[in-house]
Design a protein around this ligand. Structure first.
Ligand code: AMP
Length: 393
């Protein structure tokens, strides 16, 4: 795979797929510009080398139609402030007018295309649309790791119609850390998986059973695993159609001698909305009218002990309903433990990132992945469509 530094970009028109999918307020103001800042190393490098830049991103889910509320115009303004140069904002993504803007670019100019999802061809990876994206373009650079788990025209299709394709700085960093966790993890290797849905995490668990020494489970997901062993979990969120696969995973963990640890105690509440802890229990069955909303203190202590000895940690998904203060303690304490471990730590997924931020420890995490879905899929499949597209030539 080529890296952006391998390209001779002086005077060349370079299409950079970035992730400018920033949160906006109702008034269309940028609430958090982290994603724009994350792309600056690649953008500034290319500008420093006198390239002509064409930037593309999605924002929100306009579903193939123009929606002014999801225009990238506010991003153009913010980007211009960050790079200290004008940013030309295109009114479309492809077409005659955009092509005119592309061909009028001078060295060091920056053109931002409109939201790529304003055209349906983006998400269907339509070859015609991909070809149009590539019109007037010499090189393609992918710096949108968070979009690279999908076959998109601006991530995959476009690589068929440009002279060379390469990874940007952000993309390279993401791949390097995740590859380390997959192929050369220092041991002990501990994976922490939480969140609401088992379904999203099954392929990751299956692959990590070949890699990790210990898998610590939390979140609602734990209750499907308890149910799979015949325990009464009260009103806890359980995915009945995932019980069979949960049983298979438990058996597989035993066979592969991977420690697969479920919570030792659980914080119960009448409902998430109640916002109040009803009981903390360390046995089953849970009372019929209560549900598990967090891991309990014994679990935190046990998990923290294991985390403290780890040399590699991968964490995705909160260990409880951490958005509600009364149910956030388990997740926040685990965030502290990961930060204090000194291990190479990789945290992915919007909720886990929010948790390390809430705990005030993001500076102590080795790598915070910008793509939750993409990092999970990478850990499961060991590659992504967007990476394969860069590797194929
Ligand atoms: P996911 O997108 O699958 O990573 O799930 C994240 C969501 O799981 C968060 O919004 C949490 O509030 C939720 N969650 C975590 N633990 C529980 C639980 N015990 N019961 C219900 N929801 C939970």
């Amino acid at each position: 795979m080529l890296f952006v530094e391998d390209l001779d970009v002086k005077g060349k028109t370079v299409f950079v797929r970035v992730d400018f999918n920033v949160p906006l307020t109702d008034k269309g103001e940028i609430r958090n510009d982290t994603r724009i800042r994350a792309s600056l190393p690649t953008i500034n490098y290319l500008l420093g080398k006198s390239a002509k830049l064409v930037l593309a991103s999605h924002l929100g889910r306009p579903k193939g139609k123009i929606d002014p509320k999801m225009s990238l115009k506010p991003v153009a303004k913010r980007l211009a402030e960050l790079i200290g140069r004008d940013v030309i904002m295109a009114s479309d993504i492809v077409g005659e007018e955009v092509n005119k803007l592309k061909s009028g670019l001078k060295e060091g100019d920056v053109l931002l295309l409109e939201n790529v999802r304003f055209h349906a061809g983006e998400t269907t990876n339509d070859p015609e649309f991909s070809k149009k994206l590539a019109e007037g373009i010499d090189y393609f650079v992918n710096d949108a790791f968070g979009s690279s788990h999908r076959a998109l025209a601006s991530v995959v299709g476009i690589t068929n119609y440009v002279k060379k394709s390469a990874a940007g700085y952000l993309m390279k960093k993401e791949i390097e850390y995740l590859r380390k966790a997959l192929f050369s993890p220092a041991k002990p290797y501990v994976a922490i998986l939480g969140g609401a849905k088992v379904e999203d995490k099954i392929p990751v668990i299956e692959n990590l059973l070949n890699k990790a020494d210990t898998i610590l489970i939390g979140g609602a997901m734990a209750y499907t695993f308890f149910k799979a062993q015949g325990f009464g979990t009260g009103k806890s969120l359980v995915e009945p159609d995932k019980i069979e696969i949960a049983q298979k995973i438990l058996a597989l963990a035993k066979e592969k001698k991977v420690r697969f640890i479920l919570p030792l105690d659980n914080v119960l509440a009448a409902s998430i909305e109640s916002g109040q802890v009803a009981q903390i229990v360390d046995s089953f069955p849970f009372p019929q009218d209560l549900m598990g909303v967090d891991i309990g203190p014994k679990t935190v202590a046990r998990y923290a002990e294991i985390i403290a000895k780890a040399k590699t940690i991968v964490w995705n998904g909160p260990l409880g309903v951490f958005e509600t203060p009364a149910f956030a303690q388990g997740t926040l304490e685990i965030a502290q433990a990961v930060a204090a471990s000194g291990a190479l730590s990789i945290v992915g997924g919007g909720d886990s990132i929010a948790a390390v931020e809430k705990a005030g420890v993001s500076q102590k995490i080795t790598h915070i992945s910008t793509g939750g879905g993409a990092s999970l899929e990478f850990l499961a499949n060991e590659t992504l469509p967007g990476i394969e597209a860069l590797e194929k030539k």
